[in-house]
Design a protein around this ligand. Structure first.
Ligand code: KG4
Ligand code: ZN
Length: 346
């Protein structure tokens, strides 16, 4: 079954064709990073307009790269939640039109479910990774979300914990911006941290009373921002590498303390498998520290390839396949809307 998927929830206009939920036939992405970098962050209305301009071409490119035409497509999928509402509307309405005109099913996909599915896909049979199948635990860290999820089945999710305030990516981007790094700063912080001393500054991480699996990154972010501002006021030079390394170490501590608790929980963690997902899961230091923890607890760790950590449509097509085969909706209902709600279990 070939699914053509569209993703436009934030600042990437993407289209992919994926066979049977696993094999990527094409994966086209038009990034708007250059446009938003001027403003230091995503400007929603500009994002919507840029999606409108890019979407036709990106769908044509995905079909062309896959070497197929619409007659080879069995269903259209689209991210319909959560995301920037204007940006989502562009993808949802384009997908509706495409599905309606070719009389194809239209499969709505939750963006975070999609990120998790980035662990299922591969580019061709030869480089297929070890097949990940539910049940497993997933830690999704993106620009807007940080969630620890039990993936009980391909379409059955239980949220164990989530951030109470900022997502990990948001915290990375804000601290990076204050140090003069261009948007999105996460990847640049990753690079800077390589040559920094992670013990140079202590940024305390917060825990949420009575909700041990929840995250809170705004405190770490504020601690780093205060450190930078105080040094500015005192006219003392900061070592950006040290700030990046210390900040990353603090994020790693926050992540690993929750994971360690999870690995020790016989109730919540029975699968022995953990998958990372989302843009922040590209971070080399986080990948290393999570790998080490998994090794210690003999947990099998899965990481998407770097090219599939950020927003893309291949992950949406993959999740759509499982939504379709598990019959989770009326896929001929072209009245589909873009919703702002973001409960992954629904
Ligand atoms: O999943 P994603 O592409 O988009 C959303 O769904 O939000 O995540 C984007 C986030 C941004 O905050 C970006 O700075 C962060 O992922 N990111 C990273 C790295 N690469 C991207 N954060 C830390 N280290 C990285 N290497
Ligand atoms: Zn995303």
């Amino acid at each position: 079954m070939n699914i053509l998927a569209i993703e436009s929830s934030c600042d990437e206009t993407a289209c992919a064709v994926v066979k049977d939920g696993r094999e990527i036939l094409s994966n086209a992405v038009a990034s708007q990073i250059d446009i938003h970098a001027l403003y230091g962050g995503v400007v929603p209305e500009i994002a919507s307009r840029a999606h409108t301009e890019a979407i036709n071409g990106i769908v044509a490119r995905a079909l062309n790269d896959a070497g197929v035409s619409m007659k080879d497509i069995d269903a259209v999928a689209v991210t319909n939640r959560p995301g920037l509402i204007g940006a989502l509307l562009v993808g949802v309405n384009f997908a509706k039109g495409l599905a309606y005109s070719y009389n194809l099913p239209l499969i709505p996909v939750h963006h975070i479910r999609g990120h998790i599915a980035a662990n299922y896909v591969y580019y061709n049979g030869n480089d297929a990774p070890e097949k990940l199948e539910p049940p497993f635990a997933a830690l999704v860290m993106s620009g807007g979300h940080t969630s620890l999820v039990n993936v009980k089945d391909y379409t059955e999710f239980e949220c164990i914990g989530a951030t109470r305030d900022d997502a990990a990516g948001e915290a990375f981007d804000k601290v990076a911006r204050l140090m003069g790094l261009e948007y999105p700063g996460g990847a640049k912080m990753d690079k800077l941290a390589e040559s920094g001393n992670e013990k140079a500054v202590f940024f305390p991480e917060a825990h949420v009373r009575d909700f041990p699996y929840d995250f809170s990154f705004s405190g770490i972010k504020t601690a780093a921002i205060n450190y930078i501002h105080t040094n500015e006021q005192n006219k003392t030079e900061i070592c950006k590498e040290d700030v990046a390394a210390s900040f990353t170490a603090s994020i790693c501590r926050a992540i690993n303390s929750r994971l360690e608790m999870l690995f020790n929980s016989e109730d919540l963690f029975k699968s022995g498998k953990l998958a990372l997902a989302g843009g922040v899961s590209a971070n080399s230091h986080i990948r290393k520290s999570v790998s080490e923890l998994c090794e210690k607890y003999k947990v099998k760790a899965y990481f998407p390839p770097l090219s599939l950590c950020g927003d893309n449509a291949a992950m949406i097509a993959s999740q759509a396949y499982y939504e379709y085969v598990n019959n989770t909706g009326n896929f001929y209902n072209y009245a589909l809307n873009a919703y702002a709600t973001c409960d992954i279990s629904k």
